[in-house]
Design a protein around this ligand. Structure first.
Ligand code: NAI
Length: 332
């Protein structure tokens, strides 16, 4: 039995987490969950945003499945998600976006993986507000080491999975320092993988290309803010935030989580689609070498997604979160 840290999160987090737990249990996946939470929920009960017991659990288990955690907008505490990524140097944010039969979208053959740098750039936390001058600065700091790590992770992934092309996305025409550093490191590392096609795109053009012809992309690598925005755009290409998975991976720890947030507008109503968290959990099973279990759950999930009336409302069905999970379980 492999022990996994489970962070249910808040908002729709606990609902979708329960659905994933039920599916894992029905599929007899040999994992046990060590449940720990973070964010406002734990602050209210024990006065800690990231409890020391969660940190100890992550250090021990090295692998976690995490639900979304609400971050106050424009005020309050720093995102727990960002803090966990920085605390454990989970520098690769890996977000696959693939068309699924049965899930209605404008495009038919999207199959790409976005690698977003997860710890630096505009999310470095270097923020200042000068009261006297009324000037605010948010610094987009990139390090050469940080650029190299995420770019190499993207090329290594492309190499391992026989992907044809890696595209580096940047704004080096305007950001002559940070943008140029990222771009020059990408073109240097690309030379080490001559069998993989390499190109680069400026972020604004990239957005247009993605919504016109997303099939042309394979592996995309970019900095933190661009990656954050592009990954939601890519989610929209394949059916929305309810269906896309994500992983935060470092050298010796990985936290798997859906791309979406805590969806306060539908929280507690049994409407949330658990697919994104389930797909993240399937990525996790591949990561810990439980491939047979991963494939079995994925097949049952795909068969359910092909049946619109068995799906949740965001996909045009009328099943609740747990009814959707039960449909998956019945196909295991
Ligand atoms: P959101 O992703 O929570 O919701 C955006 C829209 O997508 C909403 O209409 C929501 O109902 C829908 N949606 C999201 N997940 C869904 C699901 N599984 N099934 C069906 N519909 C779904 O984004 P929003 O509203 O911008 O953020 C809400 C909170 O979540 C914020 O506090 C934000 O900081 C936090 N957040 C947390 C993340 C994390 O924990 N990794 C990631 C993104 C946002």
């Amino acid at each position: 039995m492999r022990e996994i840290t489970l962070i249910p999160g808040d908002g729709i987090g606990p609902e979708i987490t329960e659905a994933v737990k039920a599916i894992f249990s029905a599929a007899n996946v040999p994992v046990t969950w060590e449940e720990e939470n973070a964010g406002q929920t734990t602050f209210d009960s024990i006065g800690e945003l990231i409890p020391s017991t969660l940190i100890a659990s992550l250090k021990k288990n090295k692998v976690a499945l995490k639900g979304p955690i609400t971050t106050p907008v424009g005020k309050g505490f720093k995102s727990i998600n960002v803090q966990l990524r920085q605390m454990f140097d989970l520098y690769s944010n890996v977000r696959p976006a693939k068309t699924t039969p049965g899930v209605n979208t404008r495009f038919e053959n999207v199959n790409l993986v976005l690698f977003r740098e997860n710890t630096e750039g505009l999310y470095s936390g270097l923020e200042m507000f000068d009261e006297r001058l009324q000037i605010s600065d948010s610094v987009a700091r990139l390090t050469r080491v940080g650029c190299r790590k995420i770019i190499r992770a993207a090329f290594e992934y492309a190499n391992k999975h026989n992907c044809k092309k890696v595209t580096a996305v940047h704004k080096a025409n305007i950001l002559k320092s940070a943008g140029a550093l990222f771009l020059s490191e990408a073109s240097e590392i690309a030379k080490e993988y001559p069998h993989i096609q390499y190109d680069d795109k400026i972020i604004d053009n990239m957005c247009m290309q993605l919504v016109i012809k997303p099939e042309q992309f394979d592996v995309i690598v970019t900095t933190n803010l661009f990656g954050d925005i592009l990954s939601d755009l890519c989610a929209g290409l394949v059916g929305g935030l309810g269906v896309v998975s994500g992983a935060n991976i470092g050298n010796d720890m990985a936290i798997f989580e859906a791309v979406h947030g805590s969806a306060p507008d539908i929280a507690g109503q049994g409407k949330a689609n658990p697919t994104a968290l389930l797909r993240s959990a399937i990525m996790m099973l591949h990561h810990i070498d439980l491939k047979e279990e991963a494939n079995r759950i994925e097949t049952a999930l795909d068969a359910t997604l092909a049946n619109r009336e068995q799906c949740t409302g965001d996909l045009g069905g009328n099943a609740s979160t747990m009814e959707f999970a039960q449909h998956i379980i019945s196909k295991l």
